[in-house]
Unconditional design. Sequence first.
Length: 738
Amino acid sequence: TEPVTSPDHPERCTGTTAIRWERDESGVVTLVLDAPRSTANTMNQVFRDSLTAIAERAEAERDSVRGIIVTSAKKTFFAGGDLKDLIRIGPDRAQEAFDASMAVKHALRRIETLGKPVVAAINGSALGGGYEIALACHHRIALDAPGSRIGLPEVTLGLLPGGGGVTRSVRLLGIADALLEVLLQGTRHTPRRALENGLVHEVATTAEEMLAKARAFIDAHPESAQPWDAKGYRIPGGTPATPRLAAELPAFPANLRKRTGGAPGPAPRAILAAAVEGAQVDFETAQTVEARYFTELVTGQIAKNMIQAFFFDLRTVNSGAARPAGVEPRPVRRVAVLGAGTMGAGIAHSCARAGIDVVLKDVSLQAAERGKAHSARLLDRAVARGRTTPAERDAVLARLTPTADPADLAGCDAVIEAVFEDTALKREVFREIQGIVEPDALLCSNTSTLPVSLLAGSVERPADFIGLHFFSPVDKMPLVEIVKGRATGDEALARAFDLVRRIGKTPIVVNDARGFFTSRVIGTFIREGVAMVGEGVEPASVEQAAAQAGYPAKVLSLTDELTLTLPRAIREESRRAVEESGGVWTGHPADAVVDRMVDEFGRTGRAGGAGFYDYGEDGGRVGLWPGLRTHFTRADTEIPFADLKERLLFAEALESVRCLEEGVLTSVADANIGSLLGIGFPPWTGGVLQYIDGYEGGLPGFAARARELAARYGERFEPPALLLAKAGRGERFGGQSG
Ligand code: NAI
């Protein structure tokens, strides 16, 4: 490893470099990205310094350089920003963040304008800063390695690409495509998709082929430059001054809201602004504009929330922090799915896609076959979109055996039950199969509301019984809530965890309680919205409050989807359980609204044809039911809109604290990830508990606001003891930021 030698900055001769300079006899320099003492390259101080030093050296030795190839010594090309570092940058370090962004930009710009061909040989994922380095190269060749992804996912962490990524992607693809394909959704493209979308120029199947292509490019283009530095260059599709684009641009924020669902946080808006403003000025000015927006985002709280959740917490959850250590993995070979309805069919499909043999059982062969047909539909769609091959589709379908005969479940080493939500029926189907499947088969129920410990009581091996709560639609929803019953053993938990990971989903682990974590918390969201209707709040404002708080689903429309009878049934069961155990049942202001809707107006939700909304013949939503405004009288006191938004967020956050207090939740990461991936808590918050941690004034600020809401709207907003205790000790729930 050559030391970093920087003639202009002798103080930076640190002795370590993250970029090796390897010049061969023909004058081709290979820049090898190879961060010291690390398995991946990230954009940190050493890397920035190395980049500057390399730019200086390239200029100093320009005459002896014929061309440059940029590649990596790691498994991935470049991992992106150094998130441990980024999450700690507060507003007091704005200047530093701006300077760091500009330093990267300057160094890349100097290499880009050297007058020599520069080729990115992308040998693995190039995300964020990695793709920004590649964008600064004149030619991009991606190695088509499995799992490789290319793109600018900064928006998913509440950031924007601050290393020239906005400036260059707009100049490469045009404003519209750059925004929609790359910047606003943070899509991680496979190398093939990257080629189709113009993110790279070539794809290679081997490393040798990639390097040969890189050399061929250098030979063929001795004086290469970027298209945007050529005379007469115009941004593809035009600038915001071009009439057609000028006509389209105003619709962008609305499209954006539609795609991201409600208030998307500041990152998409900042990206949009940086792209549009940057397209109207010269390259250097555009880079400065981009750095300003980057600084604004990186120093703010929302990026911290999102980095905490979508990077650190997600990693904690997926890495198996909740998996009992020391239990040997024993991969499931053949799984029995009981019930081929909405959930069973989806679960069977996910298992088969992961290479597991599935026996899909329903009461009739026809019903079971309908379940398999669901899988065939999803696979056909995937083939049509180029996401899978016909051969893979056939292989997946071959793994799915529909049946009505319990005898076909012989040899299954795991069972996932997804029949109707009925305790007696569920007990019955387990009784029916427990002598047929393997004697130590893992036994799982996909119940969404019934206590797992109660169901476990009906099987011979309660230690092997566990809840696996999937979300609908199963093929799209990334979360599974694993519910540990009182008798569930470590072996079962570990096997359930491994199964969930194997089918590519994210598992959170919670202890058994009515509604577990997710159903219980989303119940508070629904009740809060419904209660507002009862207070006479304009129904459209209730929906608007959810959207503006950043929820992907509006509260009354979600209630209609879930039906009004379901929460009522759950409420009645809970009431019975509380009263039987000698407790005092405290109702909720929503109860009366639900009762009137169902009993007086016969409006039970979408499935029943009428709910908070009216539905047309085809089942499509027509509009909010006008009767809401006449039957639920308007309050004479105006409720501030900010209160409406915060009541929804606080109701869920406070219930989550209670789940933690009661031991239903055992980890903060589980709470954050479960709320984000399972029940649509707004992404900008970083999850239910990160929302509290990141609230203005921290935990004391949150507790004070909760008390205010309690005084105005009811006791349910009183801060729980755990919250007050933590606030008193100056603690937070979790997290790295601060
Ligand atoms: P569904 O009504 O679509 O499907 C249930 C299926 O079970 C039907 O095909 C039925 O014929 C079959 N079935 C009934 N008795 C059977 C038996 N003895 N043997 C085999 N199959 C039998 O119901 P869905 O929505 O799929 O729900 C299933 C379970 O998943 C329920 O416990 C539900 O609470 C839970 N759940 C549902 C979610 C949803 O969004 N729909 C989300 C999470 C969990």
